[in-house]
Ligand binder design. Structure first.
Ligand code: GSH
Length: 213
């Protein structure tokens, strides 16, 4: 049984839960972090000195933190091709897109855009900074758009671990009120993701509890 520490409104927890859902793994999840607290206790810090979520334990395993490492752990242990092939070259190309998505998409969206729009009171929102951040993310999304013109999924023709790292951001990206650049292939891709049960269950989650009004 996998134990997950992390609130369901955390985008990193959402990525991990989506992966657990896709792989059909049994789990118990504890609401930790943000309004639930619990991430600055000695007990939690002994699992993750960063005080961040998610953290998992798999059976008697030592605690694992860092979402990218958790996703790779789950894939290495429980997944198979095409989601996470054994062939290390094929796997590396999937990992390349997963890593790219974490650094260029998730990090350019969450704090610079999502926090500025949802986790900042409207009267304090800096529209110029938001527009600049959308432009910067848009340049990264142009690369994803080109990839999705050629392929059904972000790392190729099959759903893989890279789609978890790329796609989990898209619910919030398309849901918040911003002026988005045109990316028709990403919209088609996003529509395909919304047909996945685990995506709807663990990613398309209300973020209203995070909103500053
Ligand atoms: N690099 C870490 C970042 C973890 C992180 O920043 N988590 C956020 C939630 S997405 C957090 O714990 N925030 C504090 C809180 O929820 O109280 C990872 O990828 O897991």
């Amino acid at each position: 049984m996998i134990k997950v520490w992390g609130r369901k409104t955390s985008s990193n927890v959402q990525a991990l839960m989506w992966c657990i859902g896709e792989l059909g793994l049994p789990f118990t999840r504890y609401d930790i972090g943000h309004k639930y607290g619990g991430n600055n206790t000695a007990e939690f810090l002994s699992m993750n000195p960063n005080g961040t979520v998610p953290v998992i334990k798999d059976g008697d395993s030592a605690p694992i933190w860092e979402t990218g490492a958790i996703l790779r752990y789950l894939a290495n242990r429980y997944a198979k091709a095409p989601f996470w092939p054994e062939d290390f070259v094929a796997r590396t190309h999937i990992d390349k897109w997963a890593e790219w998505s974490k650094i260029n998409i998730a990090l350019n969206f969450t704090a610079p855009i999502f926090w500025r729009v949802v986790r900042t009171a409207p009267q304090h929102q800096d529209q110029e900074e938001i527009a600049k951040a959308i432009y910067k993310l848009g340049n990264m999304l142009n690369i994803a758009e080109m990839q999705l013109e050629k392929h059904k999924f972000i790392a190729g023709d099959y759903f893989t671990l890279a789609d978890i790292q790329f796609g989990h951001i898209l619910y919030r990206y398309f849901d918040i009120k911003i002026n988005r650049p045109m990316h028709p292939e990403i919209i088609n891709y996003y529509d395909r993701l919304t047909e996945r049960h685990a995506f709807r269950e663990y990613v398309m989650v209300s973020y209203e509890e995070l909103r500053i009004i």
